[in-house]
Design a protein around this ligand. Sequence first.
Ligand SMILES: [Zn+2]
Length: 148
Amino acid sequence: MNSSLELVTTRVSLPKMMLRGLVKRCAWCGGRRAFFVGFFKKSERCQTCGLNWQRNLEGFELGSSTMGVFITFGSILAWMVISVVAGVPLVPLLVVAAVLAIGIPVLTYPLTYTVWFGVHLFMNNPTPDELADAAAWRESRSQEGLEA
Ligand SMILES: [Zn+2]
């Protein structure tokens, strides 16, 4: 087994895991294209370490969705405060707020997953079973690579 297939068993700090998530990397291993094989197309496993983002726990998507809601509402609220202070007329204020309401969730969709994965890993360390499952996935993938 070469070093890239070694089992990642040590956890990095929460800020580092969240920073990795902000650049769409896996919070656990730092691998690129962690779970997103396209902008909206999500793979069930990190393409580097093999951890499954669903983690056999309920409520993962609720956390990432909540993070998206807070970012969206926060940006709309910030825009409304700025535009009221600056005296922006009502129609442009509402048009920009509508663009933010549609655009922010679309742009932040992958990031809410990868950042929340870091928060989730911080709260719940991967179990030995999850790490073994990830190792088995990496092993099967490397076998496929050797056969192809
Ligand atoms: Zn990973």
